[in-house]
Structure formats: C-alpha cells, structure tokens
Ligand binder design. Sequence first.
Ligand code: PEP
Ligand code: MN
Length: 340
Amino acid sequence: MIIILEPSATTAQREELLGELKSRGYGIHLSEGVERTIVGVIGTPERDKEGLVEHFEALPYVERVIPILKPYKIVGKPFKPEGTVINVRGVQIGGGTLTVMAGPCTVESPEMLLETARTVKAKGAHILRGGAFKPSTSPYSFHGMGEAGLKLLAEARDETGLPIITEVMDTRDVEMVGRYTDIFQIGTRNMTNFSLLTEVGHARKPVMLKRGWASTIEEWLQAAEYIASQGNYEIILCERGIRTFETYTRNTFDINAIPAIKELSHLPIFADPSHATGKRSLVNAVSLGAVATGADGLIVETHPNPEKALKDGPQSLTFAQFDQLMHDVRPIAEAVGKRL
Ligand code: PEP
Ligand code: MN
C-alpha cells in the first residue's frame, strides 16, 4: 500500500509514522515530491493490510491510503505521480525533456569512439552509448573490449563532456563497470537476471532496463521493481523491440509500450529503434513515432563507417543520418511539449 501524507504533515509526524511501520516490520520506500510525501509500504500481502488502511487513514496527517494490488509497487504510477526525473552530470532525463543517447553498438578503438563522440555531441546528442561487454548469441563472436573499452568511454566523456552509458552483464562486474559508467545498461537478455537486477539495485547510479525480447510489460515492470526494491529508484525503461513472427525486421517495435508505460509507471521510457528494427533505413521513422507517442528519449546506434562495424552495422546510422534524425525529431518533440 502507499500512504499519502497531508502537505501540512510535520517531520515529527512523518517520523512517528515511519517508526510505527518499522516496528510492524514493513519495508519502507519514500517518495518526496514538491507538494507531499508518499510512503510505499512493502512486506505483507495487500489483503492482510485491509484493516490497516482504516487505521492509517484515521491519522490526522494522512491524506489517503491506497492498497496497491499490482505486482509492482514502487515503480507504479501512484508512488510518484509527478514522474521520475533523473539528473546525470547535468543532463536531465524525464520531466519534459527529450534526451538522446547515441554512439556505436560496440567500442572498437580509441579513434572510432572519439570521432563518434565528437560528432554526435556536435549534432546535439546528450549521452554517449557504447558497449564494452557485449552479449552475443554465438560464443565465437566478438564480445567487446572489456575494461579497456570502459577506459576509452571514460576518456571520451572527459574530452566531450558527454555522460556515458554501457552494458553490464555479470554481477561480478557491477562494481568495476560502476567505476567508469554514469548509467548502467541492462540488456534485453538479462532483464530476468534477478541477481544482476539486485546488484545494480544496490548501486547508486541510474540503470537503463531494456525490455526482455519475450517479456510482457508487467514482467518488465516487475524486473524494474527488483532494482527499486533495493533502494535504487533511478531507473529508465527502454523498449527495444520484442520477438514476433515477423522476420523482415530484427524485432517488432511495440509502440503500445510507450503510452502504456506512461499510464502504469512514473519511470522515464526510452525507445531503441536500432535494435527494434535492425535496419538503419527504418530508424528515423520509428524514432519519430516513439517521440510522438510520448517517449522521454532515444538510444540510437551510430558508427563512422557502419559497413565496417564489428557489431550491428546494418542498424547503425551514418553521421549524416544521425544529423537528419536530430533535425527531424525536433518539431515532433515540440509538438508533444518536450524540450530537446
Ligand atoms: C545494445 O544496446 O547494443 C544491445 C545489445 O541491446 P539489447 O540488449 O537491447 O539487444
Ligand atoms: Mn547493438
């Protein structure tokens, strides 16, 4: 359940309530909005809390108590109706801005990374993406540069000022990857890796959680709840396409997921048109559709020479195409009331 305090509730009253909840053995998650504080109370099946709703609602400093019957609670809309806003080194995510993350699928060399970072920055990107640990269907394909790739990402950040996002795949690497990255990316294959979700839940850095390619929206939100339940509320959801019977595209971009997440959750929602389509010719149009339906941001693969990319070349934009995308997305963002 969540307990919404009256705007006039004092600190002492709030502490009294938290004390009582703690003594009853509940887990407590606080959402402190501009107007009021919301207390998420976790730990007992909702049906056992029925009697407690009346008890807490009778307190003079409690405005309302809402039982949450959904399997995800902290990431559900009622916990933070005004929406989560994340600040990464001065770059805002959520809260009416459109944030663009761009870069190669994989860090390949210092030269290609720096060239990409400088170019996407000049064209208006806000965050640099790049994989150093790459999930691969084949054990024999390139798995990324590892820590050497993270060092290159950090150097590119130092030079351009762009914050960085990179994937972490293994619980044993979370601490080390966290020494370099500004945002952890959890890839589609690891959306249900619950020990990894728990580990990044302990980290004090934002996490982008990609949707599992065969996961429902509810399963995805429960995966986000794993992270939030450990105390890390800075989660960005990312729709990157799901697997359907269609084979023309690499995946099927579930555009429904964008407004659906807006309805169900307060977390920012991004779109990854690169993995969703697998084809660079479709990335622009799908990006515009995602922004028109309410996405808070895009994560797009871009490469200095996509034909030569070690990974995901067919879906990587050329610099000219990225430039076109940044140009085309602006009027759509403005039409839906977002700042680019
Ligand atoms: C990626 O971003 O390069 C990636 C591997 O993404 P996904 O996990 O969505 O396939
Ligand atoms: Mn990729």
